[in-house]
Design a protein. Structure first.
Lengths: 524, 636
């Protein structure tokens, strides 16, 4: 008779996750017990301190793991190894700057609906706005999402991975529907994200079921050992692996599982879009890396065609559709689809440098993304009375911005050229490393396509730069039509941090490359 | 301290100056252009000091690596930023900074009426810095940085008068065409990394002869592609003519003397790679030969003085490319021609600028004529350039071009006959179209309205340009006259480059050298004579005649735009349109609907939304099924 043996739990190894999730729970209590006046400030402090503390904890665990080697945690459900910790650190850095943008109140308002439950356009909504209500639940929700994301790169069995997936997704579904302006668009985005997310979760679960049926286990290491014993049943194995990968590809927005990306990125409140675009992608790619590098090596030949086609489609569709967008958020959304394609090259490469190069790329991409979306929140329209209203997202509204607001335009340019992969920015080094890894892995046709796609992609990034600096502004100087609002300072800090990071990654990437270079192997 | 270690200052001085000019803004309008000139001149002086020091060393010690810092140190990939000071890079540094400084001085006067002159000088300085990074880099990664930098600077400078949409379009075209070339550069670098695990010159060249020919051919072909993009060689030549929309000093500096020759530099520098791959070498030579004729034919039919010069640049770089494709035997001559060409072509561009300055920015040569009476200095300096480019001894071009023609006749099989003949015929055509340009502009009857005759067009009062413009022209003309002969004495230039290009034994061409030389000169005189008869001795019609089929084709740049459009743009547009259709009709109809309707849009949105999530899900489902089928197909 089997006796239940409680697993030994290494609380120290769990500390980053525990800090974030713990403070998220505290945040919920704050909603209940702290008076409204002090609520917002408390929540902001809690969230920022929480993410900062988690980052410190990750750094501490990094040192420990460097000394003592990687370990399996919580009866093998999680792995604490170099790639996991590094992915968590990158995630927390991006979440930190993302949170600053989320917390910022430019022109006195935050980006979220005063009362999310109110029907858009109803009298109650107007009253709530007048009363200055604020949906401060945004912060605990973000923290829960960050908690799920932290588990994602470390998860070493499929059920943990699935639970982490839902923990990170559910708050994001909600957050996507909270935009202060264009409420219907936002709610539509939220619902679409939820429905399609549920749909992809179904594939994911089906994949888990098939894999369990094949191997009798949901753990990556046991799956990996079961793989070489190929027999008549391996149709189940292949289908299972593919469906699990599909579930993760949905999260990174790879074609053909990308259709939600433009709508959700456009509809969600812009600070959330930035957070989601950066952090979800980091978490999902880290998980994808672990799953592919641990389980897939024996199946490489069977999956190559499908993965190559997906990567090629992702790069081409993302790039081509980004070229024709006239809305900033949609353009950045499609550009993020294209970046998912570039990142897939590092995943497909299946060589050790693939892991480290993808992690570097994610950091460069994440910083530029949070920075770019942060800047989008500052460029606003004015109505006929001169009141500042929603964000000015049409390309034409950015014409001549560089003449009136050179600092903002220069920062935005910096993020764009990093996206485009032009030297002296992090984006260039990232692309260089990922493409190099892909060539090392023998995927040079993919690299040729990727280089072609990034050449084409440079076109639409540069178009925005030309628009900002070389085109006459639309309105007159007295009434420019487009205006840049003052921030409380948090967004400015976030943007400056992102900009400095982007340049440093391009000019002096040495220290970070040293870190990523030590993350080239997953613990089985 | 060893001055070689100060080589980084060559780059730093113009870079800092450029940054200062951009940051200070309007505050430095009054003196900004002089700061630009000073920065470029300081670099030139430093380059000369370095040259003198190198000359003082033994031939084998003339290579110095100046380590700057570790740029990308990661595991097995280490890219450090360092400068390589050797005869080849210093030759280029001198050309860039010396000619660059002259053109800076010229631009002070040429751009004096432009309110944004300071910004122009900031970009010029930026260009000089980037170009120096390109030639001084000790690895392909750093070279690529300079490569992108000159691209950016040239983009900014072509589009400098961006209020004019046509110019902005030209800038964009140059940008896109160059990206195609850059792609070649990137793929070459990745392939190098995959093969050698490094991208610095030392490692790559050291290991080149041990690597497989397949990899070397891939790298070589990609480098040729990169060179084609930057140097406007066939089939990526279309942008150069349009790039003439930029201010004339830009055309002189970037599109004649320096940037467009970067492709030739790249191939000569990568000599050890090309040695392993005869295929890529042959492709480079063919590209050069095709472009040589292409540019020459286009040059015969154009009436825009700058476009003729652009076509001739294309053609002359074709000569260099051909020489570089011939292997070590041609490397030194490619660079030799590059240097002399840098002087005489820049001089002629400045001359063209001076003509335009005096003629109210007119560029159509059919509206010139008899200008030698009004612009003596421009006429004489231009004449020096003209005699140099068509290769009349003892002018510079004769020495360098003759050597290339001779080398083209060296070899076995069909190659010497084809390449040699092309080079020879090219020289004849060059003589024709350059003489056409010269005679149409400076000789014959005046075809412009001087207020007294009844010719159409605005009234012109041609006059000589100020000294700030003529002095650089005179200096460049002296180079066009004497530089070629000077560097030929005792084969001094070839010997100087030997540490880089390697020592080559003398080869006998398939025809005796005197025969080649005499034939060349006869063809050149024939070409020039024909042009004299047609454009100086007889009247030139003001309206272009319809011309033969060939003339019309040449006027239309041999239909290169049509070909580009048919081959690249149309399929691309169709792909885009199809995808956009899917995007608008299937994917984001909901959102577009939101944009167009304001009244009752909520209702419509809700109605649309149901359908569209379904279609999203359908796309996903099809994707999953497709992937499953692909994966499981092998099991059935």
């Amino acid at each position: 008779m089997n006796q239940f043996v409680p697993p030994e739990i290494d609380w120290a190894a769990l500390s980053p996750v525990l800090i974030v999730l713990g403070l998220a729970v505290v945040g919920v209590l704050v909603e209940a017990f702290v008076p409204m006046r002090a609520r917002r400030a408390t929540q902001v402090v809690l969230a920022v301190v929480g993410v900062g503390a988690a980052l410190v904890a990750v750094a501490w665990r990094w040192v420990v793991v460097q000394d003592e080697g990687p370990t399996a945690v919580v009866a093998g459900a999680l792995r604490e190894d170099a790639p996991a910790l590094l992915a968590q650190a990158i995630l927390l850095v991006c979440a930190f700057v993302g949170l600053l943008v989320i917390a910022d109140r430019s022109s006195g308002e935050d980006a979220f609906a005063p009362a999310a439950a109110a029907i858009p356009g109803s009298a109650y909504e107007a009253e709530a706005r007048k009363a200055g209500l604020a949906q401060t639940e945004v912060f605990p929700l973000t923290m829960f999402a960050v908690g799920g994301m932290l588990v994602f790169p470390a998860a070493a069995d499929l059920l943990t991975l699935f639970i982490a997936l839902e923990v990170l997704s559910l708050p994001l579904y909600l957050l996507a529907g909270l935009a202060r302006r264009r409420r219907l668009l936002s709610q539509e985005a939220s619902l679409k994200y939820f429905l399609l997310g549920a749909f992809s979760s179904a594939f994911f679960l089906m994949g888990i079921a098939l894999l369990y049926g094949y191997s009798g286990s949901v753990r990556f290491d046991e799956l990996a050992t079961a793989v070489p014993a190929t027999s008549g049943l391996d149709g189940m194995l292949l289908a299972g692996v593919l469906l699990v990968i599909v579930g993760l590809l949905f999260k990174v927005g790879a074609v053909p599982f990308h259709s939600w990306v433009p709508d959700v990125y456009q509809g969600a409140p812009t600070p959330i879009t930035g957070f989601m675009a950066a952090c979800t992608k980091i978490a999902a790619f880290a998980a994808l890396l672990r799953f592919v590098y641990v389980v897939v090596p024996g199946l490489q030949w069977d999956l190559t065609v499908a993965l190559w086609v997906i990567a090629i489609l992702t790069m081409i569709v993302g790039t081509v559709l980004a070229v024709v967008q006239t809305d900033m958020k949609r353009m950045l959304a499609y550009s993020s689809v294209a970046h998912a394609g570039f990142l897939l090259l590092g995943v497909i490469a299946l060589v050790p440098s693939g892991i480290s190069s993808v992690l570097f790329y994610l950091l460069a991409y994440g910083l530029a993304t949070v920075g770019a979306f942060g800047l989008l929140t500052l460029v606003r329209e004015r109505d006929a009375d001169g009141n500042v209203t929603g964000e000015a997202l049409h390309l034409s509204q950015w014409a001549g911005l560089g003449r009136r607001h050179p600092v903002l335009a220069v920062c935005f340019t910096l993020f764009l050229i990093s996206f485009a992969g032009i030297p002296l920015t992090g984006g260039f080094i990232g692309k260089f490393l990922v493409f190099g890894a892909a060539i090392e892995g023998g995927a040079w046709p993919l690299v040729v396509i990727a280089v072609l796609a990034s050449a084409a992609a440079a076109f639409f990034y540069v178009r925005v730069i030309v628009l900002m600096f070389f085109t006459e502004p639309a309105g007159t100087d007295a009434d420019p039509g487009t205006t840049v609002v003052r921030t409380e300072g948090l967004t400015a800090v976030a943007v400056v941090v992102c900009a400095i990071g982007t340049v440093l990654l391009g000019v002096l990437p040495g220290p970070i490359l040293d870190l990523t270079a030590s993350a080239t192997k997953f613990m089985l | 301290m060893d001055t070689l270690n100060l080589a980084w200052l060559l780059v730093a001085i113009p870079l800092v100056s450029s940054a200062v000019l951009l940051l200070l803004g309007r505050g430095s309008d009054a003196w900004g252009h002089w700061l630009g000139v000073l920065a470029s001149a300081a670099s030139a002086v430093l380059a000369i000091v370095i040259l003198v020091q190198l000359l003082g060393l033994g031939a084998d010690d003339r290579t110095a690596n100046v380590h700057l810092f570790d740029w990308i140190p990661a595991g097995d990939l280490t890219v450090s930023a360092g400068l390589l000071v050797d005869p080849l890079s210093v030759t280029f540094a001198i050309l860039i900074t010396f000619v660059g400084t002259l053109i800076h001085i010229y631009a002070v006067a040429y751009m004096s009426h432009d309110v944004d002159r300071r910004r122009f000088f900031a970009y010029l300085n930026l260009f000089i810095a980037a170009m120096l990074v390109l030639v001084l880099a000790d690895s392909y990664a750093l070279l690529f940085l300079g490569w992108e930098g000159v691209g950016l600077a040239s983009y900014l400078l072509i589009g400098f008068w961006n209020q004019n949409t046509e110019y902005a379009v030209a800038a964009k075209k140059a940008f896109v065409m160059n990206r195609v070339g850059d792609m070649g550069m990137l793929v070459a670098m990745m392939a190098m990394f995959a093969t050698f695990g490094a991208v610095d010159f030392d490692t790559v060249f050291g290991a080149a002869d041990g690597a497989g020919e397949g990899a070397m051919t891939l790298i070589g072909l990609m480098l040729v592609l990169a060179a084609c993009g930057k140097s406007a060689q066939f089939p990526l030549q279309a942008w150069l003519g349009d790039a003439m929309a930029g201010p004339t000093p830009v055309s002189a500096l970037i599109h004649a003397a320096t940037m467009v020759t970067a492709g030739v530099y790249l191939i000569v520098r990568s000599g050890p790679i090309f040695e392993q791959t005869p295929t890529a070498q042959l492709v480079a030579a063919i590209v050069g030969a095709v472009t040589l004729l292409f540019g020459a034919i286009v040059g015969c039919a154009k009436d825009d003085i700058k476009k003729v010069l652009a076509a001739s640049t294309m053609s002359q770089i074709g000569y260099m490319m051909l020489a570089a494709g011939l292997g070590p035997i041609g490397y030194a001559f490619a660079i030799f021609h590059l240097i002399t060409h840098g002087f005489f072509k820049a001089g002629m561009f400045l001359g063209a600028g001076s003509v335009m300055h005096g003629m109210g920015d007119e560029v159509n040569m059919r509206g010139f004529g008899n200008l030698s009476r009004y612009m003596k200095v421009t006429w004489i300096t231009f004449m020096a350039g003209w005699l140099a480019i068509i290769g009349i001894p003892p002018f510079s071009g004769f020495w360098s071009k003759d050597k290339i023609i001779e080398s083209a006749f060296v070899g076995e099989g069909w190659q010497p006959w084809v390449f040699g003949t092309v080079a020879l015929v090219g020289a004849g055509i060059t003589a024709f179209y350059m003489s056409r340009l010269f005679f149409m502009t400076f000789h014959g009857k005046a075809r412009w309205n001087d207020g007294k005759n009844d010719l159409p067009g605005p009234e012109r009062t041609p006059h000589e340009s100020p000294a700030l413009m003529t002095v650089p022209m005179i200096v460049l003309a002296i180079g066009a006259i004497g530089l070629g002969g000077l560097l030929t004495i005792g084969d001094s230039f070839v010997t100087w480059l030997e540490p880089v290009t390697g020592h080559v034994e003398h080869h006998e061409p398939v025809l005796p050298i005197p025969v080649i030389m005499v034939t060349t000169i006869v063809l050149v005189l024939l070409g020039a004579g024909l042009a004299w008869r047609q454009y100086a001795a007889s009247a030139v019609p003001v309206a272009p005649p319809t011309g033969s089929v060939l003339t019309r084709a040449a006027r239309a740049d041999l239909y290169q735009d049509a070909v580009n459009e048919g081959v690249f743009m149309r399929p691309g547009q169709h792909l885009t349109r199809t995808l956009v259709y899917t995007d608008t009709a299937v994917v984001d109809g909901a959102v577009n609907g939101l944009g167009s309707g304001t009244l009752g849009w909520g209702e419509r949105l809700r109605r649309l939304q149901n359908g569209f999530v379904r279609s999203y899900a359908a796309v996903m489902l099809i994707g999953v099924i497709g992937a499953l089928v692909v994966v499981l197909a092998s099991r059935v």
